[in-house]
Design a binder for this molecule. Sequence first.
Ligand code: DLL
Length: 433
Amino acid sequence: MEQYYQPEIECASQEQIRVWQDERLVDTVRRVYENVPYYREKMQAVGVTPEDIKSADDLHKLPFITKDDLRDAYPYGLLAKPLSDCVRIQSTSGTTGRRVVAFYTQHDIDLWEDCCARAIMAAGGTKDDVVQVCYGYGLFTGGPGLNGGSHKVGSLTLPMSSGNTDRQIQFMCDLGATILCCTPSYAAYLAESIHERGARGQIKLKAGIFGAEAWTEAMRQDIQDKLGIKAYDIYGLTEISGPGVSFECSAQTGMHINEDHFIAEIIDPNTGEVLPDGEKGELVFTSITKEAFPLIRYRTRDICVLSREKCPCGRTHVKMSKPMGRSDDMLIIKGVNVFPSQIESVLLSKGYPANYQIVVTRENNSDQLEVQVEMTQEMFSDTVGQIAGREKELVDAMKAMLGIYAKVRLVSPKAIARSEGKAVRVIDKRNLY
Ligand code: DLL
């Protein structure tokens, strides 16, 4: 039977949802105009004042906000509350190396955890479940978000964080974990490892909540079959709080966006024009309940489709499709956001020419990142030992910048094919979308 964490909200009428959205948008716009000079100036630049925003119908009058704005305003420029009211930050990588830092008041964390609790209960979670959270803890939002949601549901929470597969499987078996939360690629890897160890008979898993990166229906089927579970998608982004912006229900046909907290729009990524429900375009979010770090018309760069078709689960909130691609060049590797510009800035800072290629593959369900870099003529005459030393230096610098391991391969000058148009920087062989 379908169960809900906040049934009166999750199954509210569309009219009721609209009333919440209208009131909360008007309030948010007024708050940011009064408290955030960055927003006030952006609104003044297009001649809009809070009085022009009377309901969600007026949303389109407001300017977009992008990752570049977050970079310009880094670190405190978009704060809508005094720092003394904030209790937490979470962070992710941004373009050209500047990190995105999102701030939370205790109230913001509370609402975020509610969203994650909705996702856990939609996946069948109850207070009798044992929820194993193997998303990373720390600056990444995955671990803290699902951890908080699991507490709210009242489940026994195993705050495993990522990695150490032997220990994950041991706890899963010994403590009888019933719900697994991690990236889909780690879920697939865990599934394989469980089979290799002959431990399939000892696990009690019934559901998984997998997100933070793109995954296909074929991958879902594979994980479900191997683990004997139902696998649910969950979506979110650090800028808009983290996991739980939207989540899948038993219908497994898209993710319900928590519309009492976020207004979603789909726009044409080239013109910025708002597109009707059902058309494919870039997802834009406006947070309407956030205190510390409200974002208005934030361009996610994720391409997807919204659907208002009645859902058999009883929830009334709009559903988004799985993201079908990005309108920028961000890659998600092992759940970590990586921009080619970050890699380029490492290379340039170490004296390499900007002739490089990024090759992403997936081997045994694990993403592999290789950066092929051309040496200068002078470097090319180095000894083999010196070249190995250079590669090691770049691996360390990439790790420091990206937070993940990238294999570095130095190649001879002119080895990377030149393009007549745009340079082909990224070869992604994973076919995820
Ligand atoms: O990935 C938050 C999260 C944690 C979501 C755990 C789900 C589970 P960021 O690191 O800021 O936040 O990355 C956000 O990841 O704009 C999408 O491009 C991508 N993404 C997130 N969830 C999904 C998903 C977290 N279910 C970026 N499917 C987003 C496809 C996803 N892509």
